[in-house]
Write a protein of this length. Structure first.
Length: 606
């Protein structure tokens, strides 16, 4: 959701905080702010501006303030409570402007706390839920910042990752978390706190992830936490988090599909055995042999990977599987037993609703498996076992390569579980062999980018789109529609193609184009029938089809080809043209591709 950066150490130039904050702008870009303690003037200076970080940088450069300071905290916001104003931007402060705080999360009981504090004489200047926290800290402050923070947090209901500084206890940053990611970056004579590894990567690759209900006190020469924490290594480099010559992060991340597949399968495929090696599942291998039902739980784009996984696991592993949106699963009363395994899928491993569902299943004693991209994330720490997708940093808000990593991982998991059961060696070998071919096949699809760009030019003036598919490509139709909505702000709907005649067909006309996923698979003839229904009503059709299929040209207006692979693996290839389609549409319509309005990368609040 929001991005936090804090620093205490030898560097006195606060502009290093701006550089770190830019690497978190994908987490929120409604406004940005900074607060820093100047040791000479013994004062905390604060500047906050709506809009992008550039606006904050300009305000800092044009100010008459002393731009040296230590410690400092920076924040980039994605608004939840209170509109997008300078007053609602972080950091927030207390009545005396002694205490400044940056916060990621939601204070659920802020209204009652605010009313109570106002009665006690506190004065508020914003509409933001966060502002109650520095006032609570002020209430309990008696010279020791961490003690005041500890007492204040006892009164809060909700989620938080916070970084706090005070001019009355200036030689430290106090950080704390509850259900909102926060980590420490450790380097010689300097310590950083951030909501994401991207913020600290230029200074250190040694990090400590805070757990829920932990408070950390950062000083230039050391830090301490309520309990000792292991240091972990960030798996990617600063260079991987740069655009690398591409115009947008999304473009770069689409083009990284082959490398994403290679990273996901590297060292894991055993063709001769028709098996895969998933070291993260070693500790629960015997338990997995006993399960007879799987629940797949995720949000957003990851939920479409889960839907594809549902088809894979049932058809090839022979395990009854059921998909649930995490935000709804939490409020159901699912019927599960000790032979159920729950698989949680999240790029960041910090998705609030997914974590809530995870904790619900753990409370019921259910075996929990995580699929995530982030080493050391909350999900990876709280699941019983898991698999890292190894996709590297994904900066664009709209997920692309992370989905591909998740789909590849689910395919490998299907082989792993299938070979524990009735999957024959020959079938395991076939799937593994096709997985090995996927990087090159994905590269073939990427070569069509310029053709898709020309195609988008033809369709750029339409305001409504259908995306249709069946079986494995039904979830990809949902994802194609989501991508178009996310970054081009067009109305798009993904539906199971068999449902067209049960209502949606009423909307089809010459002004409502359809993107139809028609690979040569077990439901191809059905898809052709659906396309013909659309054409009979003057609807325009863009077909995603398998190379060599010339017949589809007779009924579709335009065709984009993907190479042939196993039916269960076609989503990994068919999603790439849809990512390109959304990307070029957003560019032609003048939208901000990497930072679409109203959205943030990691949704760490309900």
């Amino acid at each position: 959701m929001c991005g936090i950066v804090g620093y205490i150490g030898k560097d006195q130039n606060i502009k290093m905080g701006l550089d770190a904050l830019r690497r978190l702008e994908y987490r929120g870009y409604d406004s940005a702010g900074a607060a820093w303690y100047n040791q000479n003037q013994k004062e905390i200076f604060c500047l906050k501006k709506t809009g992008r970080i550039d606006n904050l940088e300009k305000a800092i450069s044009e100010s008459n303030l002393n731009l040296t300071g230590n410690p400092f905290i920076f924040h980039t916001r994605w608004a939840t409570h209170g509109g997008v104003t300078d007053q609602n931007a972080h950091p927030h402060f207390d009545c005396k402007k002694d205490i400044y705080l940056a916060h990621n999360g939601i204070i659920e009981n802020y209204q009652e706390l605010k009313e109570k504090l106002i009665k006690e004489g506190h004065q508020f200047v914003s509409q933001c839920d966060t502002e109650v926290v520095p006032h609570l800290i002020e209430k309990y402050f008696q010279g020791n910042l961490e003690e005041a923070v500890r007492k204040a947090l006892k009164e809060i209901r909700g989620t938080y990752g916070i970084a706090v500084i005070s001019k009355k206890d200036p030689g430290k940053i106090v950080a704390a978390r509850l259900s909102s990611p926060l980590l420490l970056g450790i380097n010689q004579n300097q310590v950083l706190v951030a909501s994401d590894p991207a913020a600290v990567i230029t200074h250190t690759r040694q990090i400590i992830n805070l757990d829920d209900n932990e408070i950390a006190v950062l000083k230039p020469e050391n830090f301490f936490i309520l309990k000792e924490k292991p240091i972990v290594q960030i798996e990617w480099t600063q260079e991987e988090a740069q655009k690398g010559g591409y115009k947008h992060f999304m473009q770069k991340e689409i083009m990284e599909a082959p490398e994403t597949i290679k990273n996901a399968i590297r060292g894991r495929l055993l063709p001769n055995e028709g098996q895969v090696r998933l070291g993260g599942l070693n500790t629960v291998s015997n338990k997995l042999r006993e399960i007879d039902r799987i629940s797949l739980i995720a949000c957003g784009t990851a939920s479409y990977a889960a839907r594809v996984g549902e088809y894979m696991l049932e058809e090839y592993a022979g395990i009854p599987s059921e998909f649930d949106v995490a935000s709804e699963f939490r409020y159901r009363k699912p019927v599960v037993d000790k032979k159920t395994a729950a698989i949680f899928i999240s790029q960041s491993g910090e998705t609030a609703d997914t974590l809530g569902a995870l904790r619900e299943m753990k409370q019921k004693g259910i075996l929990t498996i995580g699929i995530t991209n982030e080493v050391g994330s909350t999900q990876s720490r709280e699941t019983d076992a898991g698999i890292y997708t190894r996709s590297g940093p994904e900066i664009a808000v709209a997920s692309t390569k992370a989905l591909i990593g998740q789909l590849v991982t689910l395919a490998m998991l299907t082989v792993y579980l299938g070979r524990q059961r009735d999957m024959a060696l020959v079938m395991g070998n076939r799937i593994v062999t096709e997985l090995e071919k996927l990087p090159e096949l994905a590269n073939e699809v990427l070569k069509q980018g310029p053709e898709i760009e020309k195609l988008v030019e033809k369709y750029k003036d339409y305001n409504n789109f259908w995306f249709i598919g069946r079986k494995y490509n039904y979830p990809i139709a949902l994802e194609g529609a989501l991508k178009l909505k996310e970054i081009s702000y067009l109305h798009a709907e993904g539906i199971a193609a068999g449902e067209l005649k049960h209502g949606p067909l009423a909307l089809v006309d010459e002004n409502f184009p359809t993107v139809a996923l028609c690979p040569s698979d077990s439901v191809y003839e059905k898809m052709v029938s659906h396309v013909q229904q659309i054409k009979a009503r003057n609807g325009k059709v863009i077909a995603i089809a398998t190379q060599g299929n010339e017949d589809i040209k007779k009924i579709a207006d335009d065709v984009i080809y993907i190479p042939k692979t196993l039916e269960m693996l076609t989503p990994i290839l068919s999603v790439i043209p849809l990512q390109f389609f959304a990307y070029y549409m957003a560019i032609l319509r003048g939208c901000d591709v990497d930072k679409p309005r109203n959205l943030a990368k990691s949704v760490t609040v309900e």
